[in-house]
Design a protein around this ligand. Structure first.
Ligand code: DGT
Ligand code: CA
Length: 564
C-alpha cells in the first residue's frame, strides 16, 4: 500500500505551502491526504486504473503530483518548494508546540532552520522574548526537543506493522523457507521498536538471503552473510534476518524474542539445573536436549510456555515457576469496537461504511462516538445533529444484518468537572464515553478531581492519561483514585489502540486489572482502515497481564446491551 507515503507527501507540501502563506491550498492538500489515508484500496492501483480523480479531494493539480510520485518515487514540486524555503520543516514539526505558524515565525525572526538552531535560540532565551511566545512555551519547546531526540531512533509499532507483515508474507511464500517468525520487540508488541528481527528456518540460506536483500522495499544492504543479514528499508526501518536449521528454531526464536532481561534470567535457571541455554538449544554437558520449539525450551527449564508479550522480566518467570501465569486475552476474543468516529464529526467514512468494515473484521457490534460540544475539534456535533445522527443509525441498523450499530458520543470532560452533553440527550444514547481534550496542564489534584466528578455520568473513560507517544507526556493524574471511582460507578477504562496513544499503557492496564477495574479495548478509528488497530490494544492488554474477563468488549452483543 502506497497510501501512507502519498499522504505524507501531501502533508509535507501542505506544511510548506502554509509557511509560504499560500491561501487555501494547504487545506486542500491536507484534506486530500486525509482521504487517501482513509482509502481501503491501494492508491497505486487506483492510479493504474486512471481513476485518481475519483478520490475525494483530489483535483487535477494534486493528481498530477501523485502520478509523478508513484511513477518516479519523487516529487519535483516538493523539491521546488523545499528549495524556496530553506527550512527543515519536517524535522521542526516533530517538536510538540511547533506548527507551521511557529516554524514561520521563528524562521523570520530568529533564522531557525532546523532543530539544532531551535535548541540554540531556546537555550539563549530568545524565543520567550518574541511576541506571543512566553517562557512557558520556550520551556516546552526545549522539553519537546529532548523527546524528539530520544524517539528519533524508534518507530511506532502500529505504523510499521503493515509493512512488516508484508515482508513476512513475501518471505513465507518462498519454498526454501520452512519456518518463519518475526521476533524481538515486534513479537513482544512493544509500543515502539528500534528494528525488526526476523527468524527463518531453512536448509538453503543462500537462496533466502539473496531473496531478502533484493526485496522491493530495501534501500540499502547493511550486512550480508550466510546466517545473518541486515537491510535498511526505504522508510529507514532496519530489518535483521537470522537463518537457522529447524533443529535450533525454538531456541533461536526464544533468544531473538528476548527481552534480554527475561532471557538472562532463563539462563540462570538453566545453570542452576546444570544445563546450558543458548540460541542453539539447551545442552546437558555436550548433549542437546531441547531446541526445536520454544515450548520444549521452557518446559525443560521447569516452566510452562510463556507468551511473548509477558517476556519483560516483570514477574512472569516467578509466576511461571509457581504455575500462576494468567490466561491472557486472545487476539480473537474481541466482539466489537466501542469507540469510533464517522464523517458526522472528524472521521472519514459514513456510519454504514464503518459498520460494514467492522463486520468484515468479525465484530458483532460497533459504537459510533462522534465528538460533541464546543471545543475546536473539527465538526463536533451539536444537539440537533446528534439527534439526527441517532435517526440515521436506526435507519442503517434496519438495513444491515450481522452487525449492530450502537449510539454513542465522545463528550469532553470540561475543566469544570462536567461533560458538555445535555442530560436529556444522554437518555437517547446507548453508551456515553468521555475524554479530556483541553486544559491538560491543571496539575494532578485538579485533573483527578475533574475526571472523578464525571464518572457518575459516563460508561467509558477514553484515553485516560492523554499521552501521545513521541509527542507529549500524559497529564498529571492520580490513577489509583480514578480506578477506585471507575469501580464505584461501573465505568470501563479504555485502552485506546491508536498507534500513537496506546493509552492506558501496559503497566497501568495491569494496575487497573489488579484493582478490579474493567477495561475496554477500542480503536478510536477515524476511518475504516484504522479498525485493525484493535490488535495493538489487545497487545497492550496482554503485556498488562489482562484476561478475557477483564475486558468488557469480549462480551457478546446481548450481554453488552444488557450491561448498558
Ligand atoms: P528494540 O529492537 O530496541 O525494539 O528491542 P529488541 O528487544 O527487539 O532488541 P534487539 O533488536 O536489540 O535484539 C533482539 C533480541 O535479541 C532481543 O530481544 C534479545 C536478543 N538479544 C540481543 N542482545 C542480547 C544480549 O546481549 N543477550 C541476550 N540474552 N539476548 C540478546
Ligand atoms: Ca529489535
Amino acid at each position: 500500500m502506497k497510501n501512507k507515503e502519498v499522504a505524507s507527501l501531501l502533508y509535507e507540501i501542505a506544511d510548506l505551502l502554509e509557511i509560504k502563506e499560500v491561501e487555501w491550498k494547504p487545506r486542500a492538500y491536507r484534506k486530500a491526504a486525509q482521504n487517501i489515508e482513509a482509502l481501503s484500496e491501494d492508491i497505486k492501483e487506483i492510479w493504474k486504473k486512471g481513476e485518481l480523480d475519483k478520490v475525494p479531494g483530489v483535483g487535477e493539480g494534486i493528481a498530477k503530483k501523485i502520478s509523478e510520485f508513484l511513477k518516479t518515487g519523487k516529487s519535483s514540486y516538493l523539491k521546488k518548494l523545499k528549495k524556496n524555503i530553506p527550512i527543515d520543516v519536517e524535522d521542526l514539526m516533530n517538536v510538540p508546540e511547533m506548527g507551521p505558524k511557529t516554524v514561520k515565525l521563528l524562521y523570520k525572526k530568529l533564522k531557525v532552520k532546523n532543530i539544532k538552531d531551535l535548541k540554540r535560540v531556546a537555550k539563549k532565551g530568545k524565543i520567550s522574548k518574541l511576541y506571543g511566545m512566553g517562557e512557558k512555551t520556550e520551556k516546552e519547546i526545549l522539553e519537546g526537543i529532548k523527546t524528539v531526540e530520544v524517539s528519533k531512533k524508534r518507530f511506532l509499532l502500529g505504523f510499521m506493522l503493515p509493512n512488516i507483515r508484508e515482508i513476512e508474507e513475501k518471505l513465507k511464500k518462498l519454498k526454501e523457507v520452512q519456518l518463519i517468525s518475526v521476533a524481538g520487540s515486534v513479537r513482544r508488541k512493544k509500543e515502539t521498536i528500534h528494528d525488526v528481527d526476523i527468524l527463518i528456518a531453512s536448509n538453503n540460506p543462500v537462496k533466502v538471503t539473496e531473496y531478502f536483500i533484493n526485496l522491493g522495499d530495501v534501500k540499502k544492504v547493511l550486512a550480508k552473510g550466510p546466517t545473518k543479514s541486515s537491510v535498511k528499508l526505504k522508510d529507514n526501518l532496519q530489518v535483521d534476518l537470522r537463518i537457522v536449521s529447524k533443529e535450533s528454531y525454538g531456541s533461536a526464536l526464544q533468544y531473538l524474542t528476548g527481552s534480554k532481561p527475561h532471557s538472562i534470567k532463563l539462563r540462570k535457571i538453566a545453570i542452576k539445573k546444570g544445563l546450558k541455554l543458548s540460541e542453539y538449544g539447551i545442552f546437558k554437558k555436550k548433549k542437546k536436549i531441547a531446541g526445536r520449539t520454544e515450548k520444549e525450551v521452557y518446559n525443560k527449564l521447569g516452566l510452562p510456555y510463556i507468551e511473548p508479550e509477558l517476556r519483560e522480566d516483570r514477574g512472569e518467570i516467578e509466576a511461571g515457576l509457581k504455575k500462576k501465569l494468567p490466561k491472557l486475552i486472545g487476539y480473537g476474543d474481541i466482539k466489537g469496537d466501542l469507540h469510533v468516529h464517522s464523517k458526522w464529526s472528524d472521521g472519514n467514512n459514513t456510519i454504514e461504511e464503518m459498520a460494514l468494515a467492522a463486520k468484515k473484521l468479525g465484530h458483532s457490534y460497533l459504537c459510533i462516538c462522534d465528538h460533541f460540544g464546543n471545543l475546536r475539534i473539527a465538526n463536533s456535533l451539536n444537539e440537533r445533529r446528534l439527534l439526527k445522527q441517532i435517526k440515521e443509525i436506526d435507519k442503517v441498523n434496519k438495513k444491515l444484518s450481522g452487525i449492530r450499530i450502537l449510539k454513542g458520543v465522545e463528550a469532553n470532560i470540561l475543566p469544570s468537572g462536567k461533560i458538555d452533553v445535555p442530560g436529556k440527550l444522554l437518555k437517547e444514547l446507548d453508551i456515553i464515553t468521555a475524554g479530556v481534550h483541553s486544559g491538560f496542564k491543571s496539575g494532578e489534584a485538579s485533573m483527578t478531581k475533574r475526571i472523578v466528578s464525571v464518572m457518575d455520568k459516563i460508561n467509558i473513560l477514553n484515553h485516560p492519561t492523554g499521552r501521545l507517544l513521541q509527542k507529549r507526556k500524559g497529564y498529571e493524574l492520580d490513577l489509583s483514585k480514578v480506578f477506585d471511582s471507575a469501580k464505584d460507578h461501573d465505568v470501563a477504562i479504555e485502552i485506546n489502540s491508536f498507534p500513537n496513544r496506546l493509552d492506558l499503557d501496559d503497566v497501568n492496564s495491569r494496575a487497573a486489572v489488579d484493582n478490579g477495574v474493567k477495561l475496554v479495548i477500542n480503536t478510536d478509528s477515524h476511518s475504516i482502515n484504522q479498525l485493525v488497530y484493535m490488535e495493538l490494544g489487545i497487545g497492550v492488554a496482554r503485556r498488562g497481564w489482562c484476561g478475557k474477563k477483564n475486558v468488557i468488549n469480549t462480551l457478546p452483543l446481548n450481554k453488552i446491551l444488557k450491561k448498558f
